[in-house]
Design a protein around this ligand. Structure first.
Ligand SMILES: C[S@@+](CC[C@H](N)C(=O)[O-])C[C@H]1O[C@@H](n2cnc3c(N)ncnc32)[C@H](O)[C@@H]1O
Length: 182
């Protein structure tokens, strides 16, 4: 068992827990089975969670978690639902493990959501993006998301990518974006 390099989702949780200071509002851009939303709801006062799959949304709504608002819509529309600045945004891109693999995040809408997310992220806030490159759309997401993020102004954002060097080329990537504190 690995404590650090085991799994990029756990690593994203560790980073958020330890480096996001103000834990008021978080967005889970990809609710899915709700593991990330559970994690965020245990730390943040309010969590907004998006998924385009009604079933995933209803499953979470039935859990009746008080500080979570589930929104059955695409994450690139999140400004329609949230007027506040937020402290954390998580994306676990791709398709639901064990679910319908044809329902996957798409590079255009993922990128649009990320751009809007960086705009509403508070100073000191963190965005984490898990990218799964083992399917075609995931490879396209990797290319266009990294291309966009690498050109962000370094006096406003810090961007890091963690990848496995000794696994296959399609192993997942964790991207962390931190908005600089004023
Ligand atoms: C890898 S899963 C997320 C796993 C989840 N974070 C968890 O903890 O179980 C990706 C999810 O993104 C959802 N999705 C796909 N396109 C989306 C979009 N445009 N907006 C919001 N969710 C989307 C899929 O329906 C799927 O449930």
């Amino acid at each position: 068992m690995y404590r650090y390099v085991g799994n990029i989702s756990d690593l994203s949780h560790y980073i958020i827990k330890n480096f996001v200071e103000n834990k008021s509002i978080a967005i889970d851009g990809t609710l899915g089975n709700g593991y990330d939303t559970d994690f965020l709801s245990s730390l943040f006062s309010k969590v907004y969670s998006f998924d385009i799959q009604e079933e995933a949304c209803n499953n979470y709504i039935n859990k009746n978690i008080e500080n979570v608002e589930v929104i059955n819509d695409s994450h690139h529309f999140f400004k329609k639902y949230i007027n506040d600045k937020v402290d954390c945004i998580m994306y676990n891109l791709g398709f639901l493990p064990g679910g319908d693999k044809t329902i996957t995040t798409l590079h255009e809408t993922s990128l649009e959501s990320i751009k809007e997310g960086l705009d509403v992220l508070n100073s000191g806030g963190i965005m984490t993006i898990c990218i799964y490159r083992g399917h075609n759309e995931g490879k396209i997401e990797e290319t266009c998301i990294l291309e966009y993020l690498k050109n962000l102004p370094k006096n406003q954002f810090g961007v890091m990518v963690q990848s496995y060097l000794n696994r296959h080329n399609n192993s997942p990537l964790l991207v962390v974006v931190e908005k600089k504190q004023n």
